[in-house]
Design a binder for this molecule. Structure first.
Ligand code: GL7
Length: 801
């Protein structure tokens, strides 16, 4: 598409779709007009892909996820269609700057964190490798809350991404299913029938997902809840206007908000309704599509692969059994085997509080038929393994992890370590019974968003050096390895990093009034705020460093800017205390005239995908400091390594694999490993001992206790101080000394810029394995048995390495 054609298309949409003219158009109008013009280019490849999938009559993959943290879509589409230059030229010919237009788009924040972002990366990779697939989820009216800070405390407000027209979706009133809740179950002529007491309509909204070079496009189908009747006319006519609107309000509640919990589970009735709502709608849709092409439901596992992204859609097991058995008359045992042949389940966390359990009372009142099917499935499983006494029900609750495990033919963890721990801990009994079922699929990230668009400077360098093929064959980055020894390349690489840092520095100055020196090390920790991720370990180190610099202000300190980003679940009190502490410490340290040339702290509010795209390319140091055994994988860690930030981290999640690949000498390791963590936790008084043994730690904690960061309010952070001195479940105090040691090694390493750049280049060169294309190909061959349909690119059967 030429610049002129694109320009004409934009102007036409501005006029005919938005009804405005160039003189009156706002940036948002221009952005939507550009989005429509770009969307038009997606529709043809999208149709072609759909038709190719229909013609092939092969297997389709269905990715069921409560969360899709997709962020902005316009830039993704422009980049994957190869239209960056035309779009930029067209916009400037209209007097606009493309970057300004792109950043006007609100983030689609239909997810909380890593799990949701992984789903978004997977969708993009599925399209890139040409695997016929659908993402299924919920079209939340309000995504993740907006975060602001008031006096250093997190304040949440609703996010409103649908206030403007959403240019990427197509409403499909024809694709709708009635979803029931509650009611009665009865036997009728040998068949079980469920008559729900209430129901809502699930209506589809489709967003095309275009892969690299526009060769293939899949569909993200999100369900919106609508009432079966729009309003109660009788009540309206009686003047009861509120009452008349009630059915509609109640129905819409189901797709109103994303639950803002990250890893901890909120045991709410509405949450279970949301889970069943989107799972049932998706399975109905999947069966409808299957039956439009085939007639024998016993063939379902050959044509349908359904991936359950965590246990949130685990009700898919009993629901699919119900559809096959109750609705289509398949014998129960066969229905269970058939359903299992289609389903597979990804576990994303071992945290006990995050393993979903629903009380049988709640389940029975909302989904009575499903509860009785779960009892049948449980009994069948127990009968097959009579000596084991494993059950998916305990203390009047249904354990969704066990249910998902028993109804899946494959169960996977998301990093090598996490998968091993799954076998050893939560699923040890089930693993013994089904030793072939658990396998590992280490997470990945899409290089199109996380390198190519987020870091155009680095991308340009890479393409100049080795050609463009790395973009969808990321292991080719190995080819730049020898260039780590090339002084010219090192300088270019350093210049790209430096320019990214300058850009971030001006953003921070403009948006936040904070001035930071791009020469300083940018040390970044961005992720949800959680005790196991240990942002408080990082801030303790900052306090200790500040004290030490204060003792010796003429010392030869390595200047650092510590940047934090992330939200806490609104009900997670301790995490919110950590946020308050970081902000309070930042305020004191940043205004210290003696130390602030060496140490600054910034915590921009409302961290989201777009902010991550700004921060990661500008980072020198990536903080991956979770208590070993707690972070299932991490995916931010991969994005940083690809963009040439060095990691300071524990042996946790995918850090282990990152370190193996980039080389131990290019990674700053510290802390206890998962086994040591378990052993140390068993030792009485571990926190007190650690504090006693490390005067730096004791002094930092004293400063917090004495009100150094809460003038006039000594006890403000007592909850944190007493936690770290007593129970300290996440072993912050016990890991502090070694963390401090590793940070000082980082300081020394950063001063030798040649050596540092060598390490950074090797991180980029050796992280190509973390492409989500590799992960998706591996799921395709090891779990889904699905084929890619790209004619030219030879993706079928390509080795996943
Ligand atoms: C998570 C894990 O905490 C995280 O380590 C992992 O990278 C991610 C994707 O697999 O899944 N599990 C989880 O419940 N959330 C995650 O981000 C919210």
């Amino acid at each position: 598409m030429t610049t002129t054609e694109l320009r004409e298309a934009i102007l036409a949409h501005l006029k005919y779709a938005l009804g405005t003219d160039p003189d009156r158009a706002s940036v948002t109008d221009w952005r939507i007009a550009l989005s429509y013009a770009i969307r038009d280019r997606i529709v043809d490849p999208w149709f072609a892909s759909t038709q190719a999938a229909e013609a092939a009559k092969g297997k389709r993959v269905y990715y069921l996820s409560m969360e899709f943290l997709i962020g902005r879509l316009l830039e993704d589409a422009v980049v994957n269609l190869g239209l960056m230059e035309s779009a930029s030229a067209a916009m400037s010919s209209l007097g606009l700057d493309l970057d300004t237009v792109l950043s006007d788009e609100p983030d689609a924040a239909l997810g909380n964190g890593g799990l949701g972002r992984l789903a978004a990366c997977f969708l993009e990779s599925l399209a890139t490798v040409g695997c016929p697939a659908y993402g299924y989820g919920i079209r939340y009216e309000h995504g993740l809350f907006r975060q602001s800070f008031v006096d250093g405390r997190q304040v949440e407000s609703p996010e409103d991404w649908l206030r403007q027209p959403h240019a990427w979706e197509f409403e499909r009133p024809g694709a709708a299913f009635e979803i029931g809740f509650g009611g009665r179950v009865a036997s009728n002529a040998g068949r079980t029938e469920w008559t729900p007491a209430e129901s809502v309509v699930a209506e589809a909204y489709d967003t095309p997902v275009i892969g690299w070079k526009g060769r293939w496009a899949n569909t993200l189908r999100l369900w919106s809840a609508k009432p079966t009747t729009f309003f109660d006319l009788d009540r309206f006519n009686r003047g009861d206007y509120y009452g008349a609107a009630e059915p509609e309000a109640l129905a819409r509640t189901i797709s109103r908000v994303l639950y803002p919990d990250d890893t901890t589970e909120e045991g709410k009735r509405l949450r279970l309704k949301q889970e069943y709502f989107f799972t049932a709608a998706s399975l109905n849709d999947i069966l409808r599509r299957f039956l439009s092409e085939h007639d024998d439901l016993r063939q379902l596992p050959r044509k349908v692969a359904i991936q359950l992204n965590d246990t949130h859609p685990a009700i898919a097991g009993p629901e699919l059994v119900r559809l096959l058995h109750d609705v289509h008359g398949m014998p129960l045992d066969e229905a269970i085997v058939t359903a299992r042949g289609c389903l597979s389940y990804t576990n994303h966390t071992l945290l006990p509080e995050a393993l979903e359990r629903w009380s049988e009372g709640l389940m029975g009142s909302l989904l009575p038929r499903h509860l009785s099917l779960i009892e049948r499935i449980d009994a069948a499983h127990a009968a097959a393994h009579p000596d084991r006494g494993i059950t998916m029900r305990e203390n009047g609750e249904v354990k969704m992890g066990e249910l998902a495990f028993c109804m899946a033919h494959k169960v996977n963890g998301v990093s090598a370590l996490h998968t091993e721990l799954m076998k050893r801990t939560v699923f040890s009994e089930l693993h013994r019974l089904h030793p072939e079922r658990i396998l590992n699929q280490t997470n990945g990230v899409t290089p199109r968003r996380w390198v190519l668009s987020a870091n155009p400077r680095l991308s340009g360098l890479l393409t100049d050096a080795i050609g463009e093929e790395w973009v969808d064959d990321l292991e080719r980055l190995h080819e730049i390895e020898p260039l780590a020894e090339d002084a010219g390349f090192r300088e270019d690489y350093a210049a790209a990093k430096r320019a990214n840092k300058e850009e971030l520095a001006s953003y921070l100055r403009a948006e936040r009034g904070v001035s930071v020196d791009p020469e300083a090390m940018f040390d970044v920790q961005i992720k949800r705020i959680h005790e196991y991720k240990r942002q408080h370990l990082n801030i303790l180190e900052a306090i200790a460093l500040w004290q030490e610099i204060g003792d010796n202000p003429n010392g030869d300190w390595t200047p650092r800017v510590k940047i934090f980003g992330g939200k806490a679940a609104p009900g997670y009190v301790f995490a919110k205390e950590i946020i308050h502490l970081i902000n309070s410490v930042a305020q004191v340290i940043n205004s210290d005239p003696v130390t602030s040339k060496f140490l600054k702290i910034d915590y921009p509010a409302n961290y989201n995908v777009s902010l991550a795209e700004r921060l990661i390319p500008a980072s020198d140091l990536s903080e991956q400091i979770s208590t070993a055994g707690k972070e299932a994988s991490g995916t931010g860690n991969m994005k940083f390594a690809l963009n040439g930030a060095l990691t300071i981290g524990t042996l946790d999640g995918a850090n282990v694999e990152i370190r193996e690949l980039v080389g131990a000498e290019n990674f700053f390791l510290f802390g206890m490993d998962a086994d040591e963590v378990m052993a140390r936790r068993a030792i009485d008084g571990h926190a007190a001992r650690a504090i006693e043994a490390d005067p730096r730690l004791a002094r930092a904690l004293d400063a917090i206790r004495d009100g150094a960061f809460s003038p006039g309010e000594r006890g403000r952070f007592d909850a944190i101080v007493s936690n770290l001195s007593q129970a300290d479940y996440f072993l912050v105090s016990s890991d502090f000394t070694d963390y401090w040691r590793a940070q000082r090694e980082v300081d020394v390493a950063y001063r030798d810029r040649t050596a540092w750049m060598r390490m950074a280049i090797l991180n980029t060169a050796r992280s190509g394995w973390f492409s989500s294309d590799r992960t998706i190909r591996s799921y395709m061959s090891q779990i889904w048995n699905a084929q890619g349909l790209l004619a030219d690119a030879g993706t079928d059967g390509r080795d996943e390495g």
